[in-house]
Design a protein around this ligand. Structure first.
Ligand SMILES: *Cc1c(COP(=O)(O)O)cnc(C)c1O
Length: 396
């Protein structure tokens, strides 16, 4: 089949915008100076760094000096959580997070548990939402940090961040949010939402890979993450990735400028996709909250089939998608997020995530649904589970 690629895995990474590449190029060619050098040749790098920081301060409603550039979203999550555990060890050793966080948060918390930190992993409801009463009840005198993601990367559910921030503030507990998926898609104000720390990453919003940021509120005691030079107020040493940072700032400002129109269009297409899938494919369900949901996310489960087989067949049809299950070292573990929303193993296994971009078209989605209908039917025809089900079904 001679079709152009259909990329529906924008929660994994995105294509860089042309304007972003153009903004970055000069800093990789003529203006390659080190921002820490004194000579005037480095002025453009220094200026670009300051201007980029100001862009993010504007977006988040904070001060420039509260923005720290990092190497990725994973680094920002690691930094915020590990440094808080260390800096506030004298006050307490308890952290509250959720069962549906990205592994950058979950594995960091598990690592801290081995060092004696106590962690509460909150349950979520069937749509992936945190229960505010449960959250508040989990706070102990020794609680130093609440870390709840802004929006989930698998099922797209948007958490009640403002309410969580208010609870954290009321109890004098720091609040970190992994906003990697939400940044640029949802308006964020760190003051209105009482967010003390926030992680974001450029490659999830049409920026370059290998650059992220950590917002850290003035007054939060934080340890240096990388020791070395005086970059990032001595807290994250290492020569600044100027081109990457400039690209990140460009991508972020474009994302915010175009947000309303883009979100409206993406939601409309996504809802078309969802309604076609649910109406035309039997035994399918939508995972995640219908309303409190990222505009570009659709996550489905199809009973009686294996997500991985579906992905391989979609790939043959030129479609990039992702399944809920992460294939680690040969063993197929169903996604921790899908299990946390209460899906049984066999249903969690047959899951598919499709995440749109502003380049996605209705024609592409219609083609995807047409392929998907055939693929699901074909896989079910070969499934002993489905055969059993039909037998039982027909007896009743
Ligand atoms: C992608 C992602 C990360 C990791 O970001 P990287 O920049 O790829 O390290 C963290 N959290 C969430 C929710 C993500 O989607």
């Amino acid at each position: 089949m001679d079709r152009k690629l259909i990329y529906l895995d924008n929660a994994a990474t995105t294509k860089m915008r042309k304007e972003v590449v153009e903004a970055m190029l000069p800093y990789m060619t003529e203006m390659y100076g080190n921002a820490s050098s004194v000579y005037s040749f480095s002025e453009p790098a220094k200026k670009a760094l300051a201007e980029s920081r100001a862009v993010f301060a504007g977006i988040l409603g904070c001060e420039s000096r509260e923005i720290y550039f990092t190497g990725c979203g994973t680094e920002s999550d690691n930094w915020a959580i590990k440094a808080t555990a260390e800096a506030y060890a004298g006050r307490g050793n308890h952290i509250i997070t959720t069962k549906i966080e990205h592994h950058a948060v979950l594995h960091t918390c598990q690592w801290l548990e081995k060092k004696g930190v106590e962690v509460t992993y909150l349950d979520v409801d069937e749509n992936g939402l945190v229960d505010l009463k449960e959250l508040e009840a989990a706070i102990r005198p020794s609680t130093i940090l609440i870390s709840v993601m802004f929006a989930n990367n698998e099922i797209g559910t948007i958490e009640p961040i403002k309410e969580i921030g208010a609870i954290a503030k009321k109890h004098g507990v720091l609040f970190h949010t992994d906003a990697v998926q939400a940044f640029g898609q949802v308006p964020i104000s760190v003051d209105e939402m009482n967010i003390d720390m926030l992680s974001a990453s450029a490659h999830k919003l049409n920026g370059p890979k290998g650059v992220g940021l950590c917002y850290i509120r003035q007054g939060v005691k934080i340890r240096s993450f990388l020791h070395g030079g005086a970059q990032e107020r001595k807290r994250r040493a290492g020569t600044e990735n100027i081109a990457g940072i400039v690209g990140f700032a460009k991508a972020a400002s474009l994302a915010c400028q175009t947000r309303e129109e883009r979100v409206r269009k993406e939601k409309e297409l996504r809802d078309h996709l969802i309604s076609r899938v649910l109406n035309e494919i039997p035994y399918s369900r939508l995972n995640g909250d219908k309303e409190k949901r990222l505009p570009a996310n659709a996550n489905f489960s199809f009973r009686f089939i294996e997500g991985e087989s579906m992905l391989i067949k979609l790939d043959k049809a030129g479609i990039c998608a992702s399944s809920g299950s992460a294939c680690t070292s040969g063993s197929l573990d169903p996604s921790h997020v899908l299990l946390a929303i209460g899906l049984p193993h066999e249903i969690a296994h047959g899951s598919l995530r499709l995440t749109l971009s502003d380049e996605t078209t209705k024609e592409e989605l219609d083609y995807v649904v047409d392929c998907l209908k055939e693929i699901v039917q074909h896989l079910r025809d070969m499934s002993p589970l489905y055969e059993d089900f039909l037998k039982k079904h027909n007896q009743n």
